[in-house]
Design a protein around this ligand. Structure first.
Ligand SMILES: Nc1ncnc2c1ncn2[C@@H]1O[C@H](COP(=O)(O)OP(=O)(O)OP(=O)(O)O)[C@@H](O)[C@H]1O
Length: 271
């Protein structure tokens, strides 16, 4: 039986009178890849913040059963949404990635330092960031910084990886590199992945289940169970057409087409 990495029971989150979601029962297995979809403001990032312990649930509970047995290292890796973090000008790429390792793990000696440096260099190499990792972060492009943040989240070998639109501002090649890195991590180490995204297609081959949030309600299931016309029409309360074309999912409807098919950061959407 697969170990449960995250267990949410009757979980709800509200800000004042506004309920983002409620009655959420969700078990995320070790090694499972969950894509979290939904329009702007539906509570995707807030769900990650609950899992990070930055926000408290308004109702219900969240537990991390598999993490109780973890002996060392940061248990949770987090790739924040772009533009939500600020780095000091003096911080270099390698410094940022090194922050993803906990200090105690490698000890204080020369051997510990060497091993730590080796891990950081390997994580930097894996995201193709070696050529610019010694430069101050503030001089790097959005996509270069984003790759370093991915390296930072992965270098600690987390048991749960929380990703908030990690592919934004990456070109197609680096979307592929990052997608494959995350995929390899969960396959080789059983890391559970919670992946917030507006575009499911770049990660569709990896997705086990979808959690689709909308206007206080949600649906959860395999991509086939959730990403179909009947399920999304009932969730949105209006007619939505979902078509599969060349292995990709396209959602057409008055509102949702914007959400699924257009890059999220280009403009604010009215949903
Ligand atoms: N600390 C807070 N206090 C009050 N309201 C909040 C707080 N954090 C988030 N919200 C509100 O909750 C709603 C959900 O925010 P959240 O960032 O989770 O949405 P999202 O689904 O990730 O949206 P997007 O796709 O735009 O990133 C938004 O309307 C936001 O303004």
């Amino acid at each position: 039986m697969t170990a449960t990495a995250v267990e949410m029971r009757d979980a709800g989150l509200a800000f004042g009178k506004r309920s983002l979601w409620s009655g959420l029962d969700l078990d995320i297995g070790a090694g499972e890849f969950i894509a979290v979809l939904g329009p702007n403001g539906s509570g995707k990032s807030s769900l990650l913040k609950v899992l990070l312990g930055q926000l408290s649930l308004s109702a219900g509970s969240v537990r991390f059963p598999a993490l109780q047995h973890r002996r060392r290292g940061p248990a949770i890796g987090y790739i924040p949404q772009q533009g939500t973090t600020e780095e000091a000008p003096a911080v270099r790429g390698v410094d940022l990635v090194g922050l993803g390792l906990d200090g105690h793990r490698w000890g204080l000696g020369l051997r510990g330092k060497r091993e730590r440096d080796r891990r950081v260099a390997e994580a930097v190499r894996a995201v193709g960031a070696t050529p610019f990792a010694e430069q101050p972060i503030t001089r790097l492009s959005g996509g270069e910084r984003q790759r370093l943040r991915v390296a930072q989240a992965l270098v600690g070998e987390p048991s749960v990886l929380l990703c908030d639109e990690p592919l934004l501002s990456l070109d197609v090649t680096h979307q592929g590199v990052v997608g494959e890195l995350i995929e390899r991590r969960r396959r080789s180490a059983g890391t559970a992945v919670v992946f917030v995204t507006h575009e499911i297609n770049p990660v569709l081959p990896y997705v086990d289940r979808v959690l689709y949030l909308h206007d206080g309600d949600f649906r959860v299931g395999t991509p086939d169970e959730v990403m179909n016309s009947a399920t999304l029409s009932s969730l949105y309360g209006t007619k939505i057409e979902v078509v599969r074309l060349a292995g990709q999912i396209h959602v057409a409807g008055a509102h949702v087409a914007l959400c699924e098919d257009e890059p999220h950061h280009v403009e604010e959407r009215v949903l």
